[in-house]
Ligand binder design. Structure first.
Ligand code: PDD
Length: 278
């Protein structure tokens, strides 16, 4: 497969990054994961805006045509439905030092891999998942989509050991988000999700779900959600670019609702997947 690294498109085994790259040494970097359907970036503007936000927070500036890079990358890998990974690190200094050396050239890396087209598969093909709830041990700037995902991968491993597919994170008595997704609950026809000022990532999928709710006249509210509300909800969903909207049928040992994919999920899934193809 072909990857992009610092101005070049080349086979992945020929792409090399310095051992002094600050992304490698310190996790001094940010990333995005962007789905492409039929070769076109889905919610690309929103992803690029969030990338800008993350880069600004780290005071990294890059001057490249990211749109052009990503579309060439996807085309070079055969186009179609792809999940694109883009990472920008502060770059490589001459030696390891916590203190940032001024004037480094950022390392820009992108690769992609095929994703399943959930639209053609339809809602019947989507399997509901089990999640665990565990402590949110991450830092307080989860609004930045930064690398350094050790807490996330450790809780996902914990989820796997419990035969679950995601971990929802809890801090100060409330659930924040998943290790790699946002989440929603449905109570008596109303959709709820935690607000952005609770130390979570501003998910592009989350934003689109709220947009759909507004367009469909489905009441929705952003408010803190605790464990009791979560396990007693009629429906629970997770959302992310790679998974769209997935129904959660079990939280720890508790079955959610009647243990089946909910009607509001199905309705949102159908509208959402239509967006991916318009
Ligand atoms: N993760 N919250 C966290 C912590 C995430 O890592 C992600 C996405 C989201 C959802 O954001 P979006 O809807 O824009 O994908 C929320 C990506 C997919 C990943 O790390 O692979």
């Amino acid at each position: 497969d072909i990857v992009y690294l610092n101005g070049q498109f080349l086979p992945s085994d020929q792409a090399k990054v310095s051992v002094f790259d600050r992304g490698f040494l310190f996790g001094d970097s940010v990333y995005e994961v962007i789905p492409f359907y039929q070769g076109v970036g889905f919610r690309l503007d929103e992803h690029l805006q969030r990338l800008e936000y993350s880069l600004r927070a780290l005071r990294i500036s890059v001057d490249i045509d990211i749109r052009g890079v990503l579309s060439t990358l996807v085309a070079s890998n055969g186009g179609g439905n792809m999940s694109v990974y883009l990472q920008i690190t502060r770059g490589a200094a001459e030696k390891r030092s916590h203190v940032i050396t001024e004037g480094l050239t950022p390392t820009v890396f992108a690769c992609c891999q095929p994703i399943r087209d959930i639209y053609t598969d339809g809602s019947e093909a989507v399997s509901g998942i089990k999640v665990i709830v565990t402590a949110d041990l991450r830092w307080r700037r989860c609004d930045i989509k930064s690398n350094g995902l050790l807490p996330n991968i450790l809780v996902l491993q914990q989820a796997k050991e419990h035969h679950a597919q995601e971990a929802l994170l809890q801090r100060d008595g409330h659930l924040t988000e998943g290790a790699s997704c946002n989440f929603f609950i449905v109570e008596r026809g109303v959709l709820y999700t935690p607000p952005l000022d609770t130390g979570i990532l501003s998910g592009t999928t989350r934003a689109l779900i709220l947009e759909i709710a507004d367009l469909q006249g489905i009441p929705r509210q952003e408010c803190p959600i605790d464990y009791t509300r979560l396990i007693n909800a009629d429906e629970v969903w997770i959302s992310s670019s790679t998974r769209a909207i997935v129904p959660v049928l079990q939280v720890d040992d508790q079955v959610i609702g009647n243990g089946k994919k909910g009607p509001l999920w199905k309705r949102f899934f159908e509208i959402f997947t239509r967006y991916q193809h318009d």
